[in-house]
Design a protein. Structure first.
Length: 128
C-alpha cells in the first residue's frame, strides 16, 4: 500500500513543478539519442546528456533538433492581471468618501508576557 501512495505523491510533485509541454517532448529526446547512436557507436546516455545539457551549446547542423529537446527552451505563458486593483490617486482632486475606516490595534506586544512558566527557560539571553 505504501508504494502506490509514494508513486502518487511523487507524480503530483513532479507534475506540479514541470511543464507538461516539456514532458510531451520526451519522444524527441529518445529519437535524437537514437540518431546520435547511429552516427557514433560510442555515444552513451551520459555523454549524450552531457553534450546537450551540460556543455556549451554549439550551433551545428542539428541545432534545430537540439532545441526541440525537453527543458532546452522555456516559455513564460502565465501572466496575471488583477482587475480589482484601484489606484489611490486618479490624478484629479475629488473628495471621495471613505467607506472603510482605519482600525485601531486592540492587542499589543509586551516582552514581559510569558504564556507559561517554562517560557523563561527557552528565551535568548538579555544583554544588560
Amino acid at each position: 500500500m505504501k508504494r502506490p501512495i509514494i508513486h502518487f505523491f511523487l507524480c503530483i510533485y513532479l507534475l506540479s513543478f514541470t511543464e507538461v509541454k516539456q514532458l510531451l517532448k520526451l519522444p524527441n529526446l529518445v529519437e535524437h539519442y537514437i540518431s546520435h547512436t547511429i552516427t557514433n557507436k560510442n555515444t552513451t546516455l551520459i555523454s549524450f546528456v552531457k553534450m546537450h545539457y551540460l556543455d556549451k551549446q554549439a550551433v551545428d547542423s542539428d541545432y534545430k533538433q537540439d532545441m526541440k529537446l525537453p527543458f532546452k527552451t522555456h516559455e513564460a505563458s502565465t501572466f496575471m492581471v488583477n482587475p480589482l486593483t484601484i489606484p489611490e490617486n486618479f490624478g484629479f482632486d475629488v473628495n471621495i468618501p471613505r467607506t472603510f475606516k482605519e482600525k485601531t490595534l486592540i492587542f499589543s506586544y509586551s516582552p514581559n508576557y510569558a504564556s507559561n512558566p517554562l517560557a523563561s527557560i527557552f528565551r535568548p539571553p538579555i544583554l544588560v
